[in-house]
Design a protein around this ligand. Structure first.
Ligand code: ATP
Length: 314
C-alpha cells in the first residue's frame, strides 16, 4: 500500500447556527474541523489507507483541536508543523438571499515550510496537492511548487484539486487560472468540479473543457457533478459514471471523500500507469469513489460523514 501525502491547509470552520442571517447578525457558531487536504487525509485513513497530512497549524487550542481530530481518524500527523501564528479560521453563514457570507482569517496554514526530509520519503508514493489556500501566497505556495517538482523527480503519482473558492479569488480569476496551469500540466490526475473545469478551460461544455485540460498535460480527469455522478476522461475516452441515489442533508466534503476514495484505490494497486490503465478499471474505481461522495452527503459535517471501509462496502 502506498502512502498518500496530502499537503495544504487544516482550518477551523465556524458555521453560523442560524441560517438566513448574515455574519454581521450571527450570534452562535459551531466549530468544525476543515480544510480540503485534511479532509482527504481523513477520507483515506477511514478507508484503511495511509493518509498523511502535511500542513501548518497554530500552536494554540484550535491547532490542538485539529490535530486531535486528525489523530482520532487515524491520520499520520508526524509531519505537521506548528506555528506561533494563530490557526487559520473561516466564518461562514447562509444569508437571507441564499448567498454564502464568508470571512476568512488566514493564519498558520500559509507558513508551511518545504520539508527536505519529506522529499526523501516521497519516491513511489502518492502526492495530493489540493489546498484551497495554496495559491494565495506564503511559504505554502513556494512549498507547493517544490513538492510538484519533487513529485516529478521522485517518480510519484501526482494528484491535483484546485479547490477554487470564489470568495478568495473574487477579482483575480485570471491570476488563479495562471497559477493552476503548472499543476494541471504535471499532475497525472486532476479532480475538478464542473465550475472549475469551465473556469480553467474557458469552455462551457465539460467534454470540450476536458479536451482543453488534457492538452495542458494531465492524463486522467474527473469532473464531479453532484447527484449526476462524475465525468471520467482518460485515454481519449469520456464517460459519465452515475452516482448512487441518496437523500443528501449536507454536501460538505463530498468532493474530498470522492478524491480520497479514488486515491486510496490507486494506493492499493501495485502498478498504476495513468497513461495506459484500463478504462474499464478506472470506471469501476470512479463508481466506488462516487459512492463514497454520496454517503458523505447523507450526514452532517465533512469529516464525521466520511465513510469507513465497512460502510462503503455495505
Ligand atoms: P466540494 O464542494 O466538496 O469541493 P465537489 O463539488 O467536487 O465538492 P460534488 O460533485 O458535490 O463534489 O460531489 C462529489 C461526488 O460525490 C459526486 O461526483 C458524486 O459522485 C457524489 N455526490 C455528491 N452529491 C451527491 C448526491 N446528491 N447524490 C449522489 N451522489 C452525490
Amino acid at each position: 500500500m502506498k502512502k498518500v501525502f496530502c499537503i495544504g491547509e487544516a482550518l477551523i470552520d465556524f458555521v453560523a447556527e442560524k441560517q438566513g442571517s448574515d455574519l454581521s447578525k450571527a450570534v452562535q457558531f459551531t466549530k468544525k474541523a476543515g480544510g480540503a487536504p485534511a479532509n482527504v487525509a481523513c477520507a483515506i485513513s477511514k478507508l484503511g489507507g495511509k493518509g498523511i497530512f502535511v500542513g501548518c497549524v497554530g500552536n494554540d487550542p484550535f491547532g490542538k483541536f485539529l490535530l486531535d481530530v486528525l489523530k482520532h481518524e487515524g491520520v499520520d500527523i508526524s509531519l505537521v508543523q506548528l506555528s506561533r501564528t494563530f490557526t487559520t479560521l473561516a466564518f461562514v453563514s447562509l444569508a437571507e438571499d441564499g448567498e454564502r457570507d464568508f470571512v476568512f482569517s488566514r493564519g498558520a496554514d500559509k507558513e508551511l515550510e518545504y520539508d527536505h526530509d519529506l522529499r526523501k520519503t516521497l519516491k513511489g508514493n502518492i502526492l495530493h496537492l489540493g489546498a484551497a489556500t495554496a495559491l494565495l501566497g506564503g511559504s505554502l505556495e513556494k512549498a507547493y511548487g517544490k513538492y510538484l517538482f519533487d513529485g516529478l523527480t521522485k517518480e510519484m503519482f501526482i494528484s491535483f484539486d484546485p479547490n477554487y473558492r470564489e470568495d478568495l479569488w473574487k477579482d483575480e480569476q485570471e491570476v488563479f487560472i495562471k497559477k493552476c496551469m503548472p499543476f494541471i500540466e504535471k499532475s497525472h490526475l486532476c479532480k475538478f468540479s464542473k465550475e472549475e473545469a469551465q473556469l480553467l478551460s474557458g469552455k462551457s461544455d465539460i467534454h470540450e473543457a476536458c479536451d482543453v485540460l488534457h492538452e495542458v498535460g494531465t492524463q486522467i480527469i474527473t469532473v464531479t457533478l453532484g447527484s449526476e455522478g462524475t465525468l471520467l476522461s482518460a485515454q481519449g475516452m469520456k464517460k459519465i459514471i452515475p452516482s448512487i441515489e441518496v437523500r443528501p442533508v449536507d454536501t460538505t466534503g463530498a468532493g474530498d471523500a470522492f478524491i480520497g476514495c479514488l486515491l486510496n484505490q490507486i494506493s492499493n494497486l501495485g502498478n498504476f500507469d495513468p497513461v495506459s490503465e484500463d478504462f474499464a478499471l478506472l470506471e469501476k474505481m470512479v463508481a466506488k469513489a462516487n459512492k463514497a461522495g454520496a454517503i458523505t452527503t447523507t450526514n452532517f459535517g465533512a469529516i464525521v460523514a466520511l465513510p469507513t471501509k465497512d460502510q462503503l462496502e455495505a
